[in-house]
Design a protein around this ligand. Sequence first.
Ligand SMILES: [Zn+2]
Ligand SMILES: [Zn+2]
Length: 151
Amino acid sequence: MTNQDLQALVAAVSTEWFHRPFTNRASFNNRLRTTGGRMLLATENLEFNPKVFEAGDEAVRLGIIKHELCHYHLHQLHRGFRHRDADFRALLQQVGGLRFTPQLTPPAPPRYLYVCTGCGTPYPRKRRIDLRRLRCGKCGQRLRLVATNGK
Ligand SMILES: [Zn+2]
Ligand SMILES: [Zn+2]
């Protein structure tokens, strides 16, 4: 998704859900870490986290945009635009925005799971190992591949 796509999407969500135009700028900011987005108070521009947008589905993206638009419109209307404000909570609930940014998906688990044929000790590995050469560190028996994910 490009910044232009994002701008168009935020404007569309604003019209559809808030019945008010979004006349500021929406852009991605790579430096955002755990938050899905934020409003810059000085400019009322919105910034969104591209990593969260990539990892999330349609509902997550929409929920984050609605959340930031709640800040935006309430700030423009000089109403309670902070998380703790009743205005903010009520509007967020009304439009179905996300309260919290979902956690980014954790890194993929090991791709290969080996177990010892002797004692059953599991050996999760990121790469394939040479079964003819590698033995169990505990009992010295051979290992066996029992599961892979991915390819
Ligand atoms: Zn917020
Ligand atoms: Zn063993």
